[in-house]
Design a binder for this molecule. Structure first.
Ligand SMILES: C[S@@+](CC[C@H](N)C(=O)[O-])C[C@H]1O[C@@H](n2cnc3c(N)ncnc32)[C@H](O)[C@@H]1O
Length: 252
């Protein structure tokens, strides 16, 4: 029997692939091509206060790397942007979704320079694994930590305190950080899609105090508790998202 229009809509809603709790979309890069995202990055900022490493090793972390497409392109971008210095650029991507990490590993174009691990960034296991990764490269911190389109999911699932904890952890591991925050409108969309799919809202949404302008709150956290300073903020990309680029202040 054919479903009526209303029933069809209902079943669409139940199966909406965008009704998701952690942003672990399966076909994300069909809608947000990685190459276009990298075009937004400035070229001359990546080695600002870097103490030249004897072996010219440059290490990056991509938090919430999804299926790895953006991580692959970021590594090539950094290698190209610093080509004068010819560093050895290695990146590690972490994501909490095992299926996405499997996809990232299967298609990994540079296994000797790109590593993928399935971990929740807020877990102690993740911190330990990242510190071991750095130790192998003989480094204390990552030259850059990328947090593209992940802050909203952390904020919705872990609240205001969780967002601050997330940024603190990322900054502790970083000399430079790149954050691409989602707008408050995206928070409302994510909540609406869960509710429409009858999956239950984000329990902490109503308790959030950092509402309406997430980018401002993120900049306040980066400057305040994290003690970082602004390098630059890019213009919005075609879906309106800007990149906040901050760095560790030099030690006095
Ligand atoms: C919207 S996607 C963004 C993917 C990628 N950063 C980009 O912008 O192209 C957000 C990703 O963050 C991951 N994620 C969410 N919370 C996480 C956490 N606590 N630890 C690790 N990954 C997380 C999700 O699984 C998802 O793949």
């Amino acid at each position: 029997m054919k479903e009526s229009g209303a029933d069809e809509r209902k079943s669409d809603e139940r199966t909406d692939p965008g009704a998701i709790r952690h942003g672990n979309f399966m076909n994300y890069y069909q809608f947000h091509p990685a190459e276009e995202r990298v075009r937004q990055l400035p070229r001359g900022v990546w080695q600002r206060q870097r103490v030249a490493h004897p072996a010219r090793k440059y290490a990056g972390l991509d938090v919430g790397c999804n299926a790895g497409d953006l991580t692959y392109v970021l590594r090539d971008f950094l290698e190209e942007a610093m080509s004068q210095d010819r560093p050895e650029v290695s990146l590690i991507g972490v994501d909490l979704d095992p299926v996405l990490i499997e996809k990232a590993r299967e298609r990994n174009p540079r296994p000797e320079r790109l590593t993928f691990e399935c971990l929740d960034f807020l877990s102690e296991d993740c911190d330990g694994m990242l510190r071991r990764y750095l130790a192998k490269l003989d480094k204390a911190r990552f030259d850059v930590v990328f947090c593209f389109s992940i802050t909203m999911w952390i904020h919705l699932n872990h609240g205001d305190g969780g967002l601050e904890e997330f940024l603190r952890r990322a900054c502790e591991l970083a000399d430079m950080i790149v954050v691409e925050p989602q707008s408050w409108r995206c928070y409302r969309n994510a909540s609406r899609r869960l509710r429409r799919a009858k999956l239950g809202d984000f329990p902490l949404l109503k308790e959030l105090k950092y509402t309406s302008d997430p980018m401002k709150h993120i900049e306040d956290i980066l400057r305040g508790p994290c003690g970082f300073r602004r390098v630059t903020v890019t213009a919005g990309n075609e879906w309106g998202r800007m990149l906040l680029i901050y760095e560790r202040k030099p030690e006095e």
